[in-house]
Design a binder for this molecule. Structure first.
Ligand SMILES: Nc1ncnc2c1ncn2[C@@H]1O[C@H](COP(=O)(O)OP(=O)(O)OP(=O)(O)O)[C@@H](O)[C@H]1O
Length: 877
């Protein structure tokens, strides 16, 4: 039974009541429930309890322990231990269990001899909702709930043991039974049904607010109403308040009172059972479960105490279902609680002494229980603290976890960035690999170029060496020329003397006669190295006369001409001058030598038969040469004396350095006898028939010979049978087969036209041959103009039009003998190709390549004016 002590508001900490508070503001100490706060019924140390409710809540003694912020048992002096209560205002409720024990005492005394059983309905605390907000870990929550439930059960058993001890002290040994159920009323009904209880005594503290109210017309407690309604009709239920029967179910209340009064003095037979049960107001209808049940039929000496938080109830079972109370008892007797103790006054006095002793033992036991309860509380608080600490750690872990997640996200972002960087580097690498592959692909070509450059470098080095050697040779030649010059001067002086004595006036022809000594000197005493070739009329040497390069033909001495005749003939021929005739510049009557200008590139025959080092003549050049020969013949034939060449053939057509053709051996037949004039293999053998036919060679003979040269220009074949072969090829339609393909791509029309022109020049009858002026020249000139001079294709040839022009001498390097690309002026005032003069200096020379004098210095100055002139000249060409 709960007894409300002086309750609210009790504000604490009251300084005089507490011993200490910790740093967190939690109060630890002892609270004294002063007299002014407690009711008259409150007895310190007598199983009293106190509860603290949060401020603002209107408390009630009907509240359960779990409803309080804190609850504790008071010690003997009325102090309550307070542990870890936060400083603040609380409502205080205090009660003791005196009323529960008085109920037990009342029941034992009234129903002496009956077997009694103490019943208890344990109402479990809804811990899940309590701990839900405090503990995040479900595992820890389970441990906490389990520990709390065990603590509650321990407390319950302590309470039951306290009641059993109390009954034991009263000399009653009884049994107890408890059930766990959230709805206490239902638990009571279940126990009644299960154990067939016939008499149930319940406390009725909740029904009476005044101790003066001794009788109730109806009960108000929900729990009591539920029990009255649902308990079996066979079960009689009495509600006791402060030692008075205030309500009864099933039987007329007045008769009950009477019955009770009558029955009380009577001893209760063994075998009857009294059940005592704890109950509390609870409106919930939750189903519960029976945890355990013990029932035994025992004597009234076995009595058990009841719970601290509930109204104790006593069940009484009788085998014969007879009313417990005697009919003789008056109702008034029950209305006053003090009337019953008076009836048993003697009995009470006898038992008081024993009870007192037992009470002292019980107090000691209670003190032990209290100590253990305190220790349990301490354990629970520590567990709670551990739980709070665990919660704090869990929160810290959650925080760390969040930080870790953030760090992980940051790392992922960095990784993404790094991945992009790697991607970019990979692309760059691919680019590099491609470039490398390209370079590797180009490497062979570059290496080849390098090799070529090395070869060119070597060639240039060799060229420089050759040039230097050449220069040395030139120097020697210059010295030699100097000597020749001196000799020529002497000869000139002699010639002057001669002209003064010359009655024929030969000197007016600017003719030079040379002595045999001159010829010997020029030919280096007919050194074989000076020999150019040999024809039917003698050996031809090259040599230098009066610093002029000449070709000296040594005629056989036939004896049919005197020196004067010889010289006259020479004089006549030397006057015949034409750009396409080899100039006769002198003679030596002593040695019967004819001196001609020296023609650099040999004969046309040598060119056609590729006897020279130069490339084959392009067909454009061949047209030009044909035109030039034609021009020379027209010149000869047009002369008033109509000079007949008599010996025109490709070996007598010479080519100068610009591939300008010059017809040589003019009038050679005048110096030799007829029997040496022709040979069997001579292409002009046909002409001999003319000679033998009429005994005279005419211009038509030269036309025939010209036709043969034209055919050789087309075919590059020997003269013999050439006319017949070309005719056959034209007739058979295979003219191309006899063409000289080394001349390039002959234009077909030009070939046909030229072949027909040549054949018509070679007609057997001289009269049928073409006229050079009217029939040949116009055709050849048109060909030359359209195909060689104006044709752009001519430039594709290695012998282009530039070669036809005379190169200004000062454009040519004295050392390399080539047109200068990088002209430089040396200290001697001469201009040289840069590489050539540097090579000269590098080979250790400190002298001028031209004068052989020592140079003041070896510095070079670029000749820009000459460079520009060369460039301009090359562009024009
Ligand atoms: N003025 C010259 N300049 C350079 N070389 C020449 C000159 N005259 C002749 N020759 C060369 O000298 C060589 C001999 O020429 P030469 O005229 O004596 O005999 P040919 O013409 O071959 O035969 P042929 O005696 O029947 O005329 C030829 O290779 C010729 O090219």
């Amino acid at each position: 039974m709960l007894v409300e002590v002086q309750s609210w508001p009790y504000s604490f900490p009251a300084s005089e009541d507490f011993q200490s508070s910790d740093q967190r503001g939690n109060v630890n100490g002892r609270l004294l429930v002063r007299d002014k706060y407690v009711s008259d019924d409150y007895i310190p140390g007598n199983s009293a309890y106190v509860g603290l409710a949060p401020p603002g809540e209107v408390g009630s003694w009907q509240r359960e322990c779990k409803d309080y912020q804190f609850w504790s048992r008071a010690d003997e002096e009325g102090y309550f231990s307070i542990n870890n209560i936060h400083t603040g205002n609380y409502n205080l409720y205090a009660w003791n269990v005196k009323e529960g024990k008085s109920l037990l005492s009342w029941a034992v005394k009234r129903f002496k001899g009956r077997s009694v059983c103490l019943l208890h309905v344990h109402q479990p605390t809804n811990l899940v909702s309590l701990l839900d907000c405090k503990l995040s870990s479900s595992k820890f929550k389970r441990y906490a709930i389990k520990a709390f439930q065990e603590l509650e059960l321990q407390k319950m058993h302590k309470l039951l043991n306290e009641y059993l001890l109390f009954l034991s002290q009263m000399g009653v040994h009884t049994d107890n039974s408890w059930i766990e159920m959230s709805n206490i009323g239902k638990g009571i009904v279940q126990l009644i049904v299960q154990h067939g209880i016939k008499w149930l005594i319940m406390g009725a503290g909740a029904e009476t607010q005044s101790t003066k109210q001794r009788k109730l017309s109806e009960i108000k407690s929900n729990k009591a109403i539920l029990v009255c309604k649902q308990a079996p009709v066979s079960c009689n239920i009495w509600f006791i308040c402060k030692g008075c029967l205030v309500y009864a179910r099933n039987v007329d209340f007045v008769s009950c009172l009477a019955t009770t009064t009558l029955a009380l003095p009577s001893p209760i037979n063994n075998g009857e059972t009294i059940l005592v049960h704890d109950c509390a107001e609870n409106t919930e209808d939750d189903a519960g479960s029976v945890q355990s049940f013990k029932h035994s039929t025992r004597s009234m000496e076995e009595v058990v105490g009841t719970s601290y938080s509930t109204i104790p109830m006593i069940g009484w079972i009788r085998g014969d279902d007879s009313p417990l109370f005697s009919q003789a008892s008056s109702p008034e007797h029950f209305l006053c609680s003090s009337s019953i103790p008076l009836l048993d006054y003697k009995l009470q006095e006898e038992e008081t002494h024993d009870l007192h002793n037992n009470l002292e033992h019980a107090v000691v036991d209670a003190e032990n229980f209290k100590q253990r309860a305190f220790e349990e509380s301490v354990k629970r608080w520590r567990a709670e603290e551990d739980a709070i600490e665990a919660t704090r750690k869990a929160e810290e872990l959650e925080s760390l976890c969040m930080e870790e997640i953030n760090r992980k996200n940051e790392m992922e972002e960095i990784l993404v960035g790094q991945r992009l960087d790697i991607e970019a580097m990979k692309n760059q690498l691919d680019q590099f690999v491609k470039e490398l592959q390209l370079i590797q692909h180009q490497k062979p070509a570059l290496e080849s170029q390098l090799r070529e450059a090395c070869c060119i470098e070597k060639e240039l080095e060799e060229k420089i060496i050759q040039a230097v050697n050449l220069l040395i040779t030139y120097k020697e030649k210059r010295d030699k020329l100097q000597m020749e010059y001196d000799s020529a001067t002497r000869e000139a002086n002699k010639f002057r003397t001669f002209t003064k004595e010359d009655p024929m006036g030969i000197c007016s022809t600017q003719f030079f006669g040379f002595s045999f000594a001159d010829i010997i000197e020029a030919t280096q005493n007919f050194d074989p190295s000076q020999k150019i070739g040999e024809g039917r009329y003698g050996i031809v040497y090259k040599g230098m006369l009066n610093h002029v390069k000449v070709a000296i033909k040594m005629l056989p001495f036939s004896g049919h001409q005197s020196d004067s005749e010889f010289m006259h003939e020479v004089e006549v021929l030397s006057r015949v001058r034409h750009p396409n005739l080899v100039m006769l510049i002198g003679a030596c009557p002593e040695s019967r030598s004819l001196i001609y200008e020296y023609i650099e590139n040999g004969s046309l025959e040598d060119q056609l038969l590729c006897r020279t080092k130069s490339r084959p003549l392009p067909w454009q050049y061949r047209i030009k040469i044909a035109t030039e020969i034609c021009s020379a013949l027209i010149f000869l034939h047009a002369n008033s004396s109509c000079i007949i060449h008599r010996n025109l053939k490709s070996s007598n057509v010479l080519l100068d350095s610009n591939f300008v053709s010059k017809v040589g051996d003019l009038g050679i037949s005048n110096f030799v006898s007829n029997h040496t004039l022709y040979s069997k293999n001579d292409p002009a053998i046909l002409i001999s028939t003319e000679i033998f036919n009429d005994g005279e060679l005419t211009a038509a003979s030269d036309v025939y010979s010209f036709g043969i040269v034209l055919l050789q220009l087309l075919t590059a074949k020997p003269a013999s049978d050439l006319v017949r072969d070309v005719k056959c090829s034209i007739e058979s339609g295979y003219l191309n087969e006899v063409l000289d393909v080394s001349a390039g791509d002959w234009p077909p029309d030009l070939v046909k036209q030229l072949a027909h022109l040549a054949l018509r020049c070679c007609e057997r009858k001289p009269s049928e041959r073409l006229n050079l002026v009217s029939e040949v020249w116009a055709v050849l000139e048109a060909m030359r103009d359209s195909w060689t001079m104006s044709s752009p294709t001519s430039s594709s040839s290695s012998l282009d039009s530039k070669d036809q022009r005379r190169i200004p001498a000062h454009f040519v390097c004295p050392i390399f003998q080539e047109i200068m690309k990088d002209p430089h002026i040396a200290a001697d005032g001469f201009t040289y190709e840069g590489d050539a003069i540097r090579g000269w200096f590098n080979s250790g020379h400190k002298t001028s390549p031209m004068t052989n004098l020592k140079l003041e210095h070896t510095e070079l100055l670029p000749n820009n004016a000459l460079y520009n002139a060369i460039q301009e000249w090359q562009q024009q060409s």
